[in-house]
Write a protein that binds this ligand. Sequence first.
Ligand SMILES: Cc1cc2nc3c(=O)[nH]c(=O)nc-3n(C[C@H](O)[C@H](O)[C@H](O)COP(=O)(O)OP(=O)(O)OC[C@H]3O[C@@H](n4cnc5c(N)ncnc54)[C@H](O)[C@@H]3O)c2cc1C
Length: 489
Amino acid sequence: MAGTSASAPRLEAEVTGWDDESDVVVVGFGCAGAATAISARSAGADVLLLERAGASGGASALSGGMLYLGGGTSLQKACDIHDTPEEMYKFLMAACGPYADEVKVSTYCEGAVEHFDWVTDCGVPYEPTFDPEPHGRSRESDGGLVWVGENSYPFDVLAVPAPRGHRVATPGHGGWLLMEHLAKRALAVGATVRPDTTVERLVVDRDGAVIGLEARSFGQTVHIRARKGVVLTGGGFVFNDEMLGQFAPNLIGHGKIGTDGDDGSAIQMARAAGAAIKRMEAGNASLMVPPQLLLPGMLVNAVAQRFINEDTYFGRVGQHSLFHQRAETYLILDGNTYDSVPREQRMGIRPKWVCETVEELENEVGFPTGSLQASVEFYNRYAATGSDPLFHKNRRWLKPLESPFGAVDLRPRVHDNGMMQSRYWVFTLGGLHTTINGEVLSLDGAPIPGLFAAGRTTSGIQAWGYISGTSLGESTFFGRRAGRAAAKV
Ligand SMILES: Cc1cc2nc3c(=O)[nH]c(=O)nc-3n(C[C@H](O)[C@H](O)[C@H](O)COP(=O)(O)OP(=O)(O)OC[C@H]3O[C@@H](n4cnc5c(N)ncnc54)[C@H](O)[C@@H]3O)c2cc1C
């Protein structure tokens, strides 16, 4: 499998000497790398973490810090929430599907209670509070349980709803605190770190087994031997436009969720060593519209038809809008709703067109004649009775729209300078094809000896759907499993 591409593996015979070595060598010190290191070290292996940045963190440290866990975690119990792994499984299979990975989802659901205990044992703080508002928006101070769409259609009929968003106890985004505790624990159990070390390729023996890697460290090329295994936890590829163009063109041009470390290098070096990839076109796409405007509004497509319940998880709204409606969507609001939301909470949302009648608005936007009038008439007729026969939005958000009417243009715009302005924020969900123990599979389906992976470098529990919290959740969960497996080799 050795070759000439930038990430082609180096053959053992080409390596003249090892500059460093460890039982388990982990590439990337985000949450997946930290979890891998902690478990490999706890299983008795020497662990060396290699990180291209000057310190640990990655996208994990920038994140909201919400983990999607359930099945009866201690936090759920403390908040009097009843849940079971079976209901969590039903929800995730539906929300992350179609074609979510059944084996990974069931393993994740069965282990979620224990995993939350592990996270808290690492020192990550939580408060026993439950915010019943959609997306947990009722409090400024985070740190407790929130809904992530479990109580909205169609999930409320597919599984018994239970809130499973576990937010770290800190105001605002909590990723930094989650990472601080995981990184501290990794160092406390004896993992060593080499910062400013960018891994460029794997080193393989004559049978194709991974035995180490080549990296650039402080201006030098170094070779590092892995006595038991290499674990790739280098994040996804949203910052690699060439890979996006090749695998996930739908994600090009939108806001990127991640760091420049999400350059796909870990995926590419494994592919060059024969690894299989999975669901590379899958991605998360959050549509940034405040729930105060989205939920009571009417979201329509290019022909003025609704296509989803506006009160579902906003990532699902974004995915349906971007992937199924080609981002040609508009939010129809009335003046009362718009005026009721304070300016500072509107996220810059302003109707592009405002009219006294729906007919005028339809003309102004350029919808087919009669289309918006039919949609609003139908929506209003049932909203007046508290029902939504098409998409089952909760009656709490159903109120007939009244004059004046406005339409917010949610389509991405390309400016004269060629820059695209978009309300979608995306990251990749595709990656290396792995087992539940993080073994990286080759094209023929067999594990590549010595090679493991976890986190956004892999294809995880999600297929075409994404739910907030599953990324940090599965990155740490399967990172632990990969670390244990690598330590056992
Ligand atoms: C603003 C924001 C909010 C988010 N909120 C949430 C949330 O609340 N819940 C949730 O589940 N997810 C959330 N996410 C997504 C989540 O943070 C990521 O998907 C997750 O952190 C991925 O973890 P990881 O360990 O795989 O990657 P990362 O945390 O990105 O770690 C990868 C590390 O590998 C390093 N690296 C990469 N390539 C190399 C190389 N070749 N050599 C050496 N080092 C390398 C990188 O520098 C990086 O430090 C959010 C993301 C952002 C940016």
